[in-house]
Design a protein. Structure first.
Length: 117
């Protein structure tokens, strides 16, 4: 039986830029950093990892990660204050969550959400 996700690893074209992006959203840096080939952030009880694309390869990808947060609207305002442009404003969904989407600098879609009470 699967119990949980321990970590998600995303590829990046520019580690320095990606580290700045995730730190500006409040992710806690645990390992690596701007000059590293591999970086790890805390994401609640799990981890968000970044791996640098090798110079001799060109990856093609798209993915979405849904992060649950305590305050969807506050997280949206934090992203805007950091200079990022979310692709949606916070909204209540018919499936019972409040959420917004923000695309990272490598094209991965991030959703910040909270179940509606």
């Amino acid at each position: 039986m699967i119990e949980s996700i321990s970590a998600i690893t995303l590829g990046t074209h520019d580690m320095g830029r990606a580290v700045h992006f995730y730190r500006s959203l409040g992710f806690e840096l645990l390992y690596g950093g701007e000059a590293a080939a591999f970086t790890s952030f805390r994401a609640g009880t799990s981890y968000l990892n970044l791996t640098a694309q090798p110079d001799d390869k060109r990856w093609s990808w798209w993915g979405r990660i849904i992060f649950y947060v305590a305050d969807v609207d506050g997280t949206y305002e934090r992203a805007r204050a950091a200079g990022w442009q979310p692709s949606t404003t916070p909204r209540d969904a018919e499936w019972g969550e409040r959420y917004f989407h923000l695309t990272d600098l490598d094209g991965h879609e991030l959703s910040f959400a909270r179940p509606l009470s």
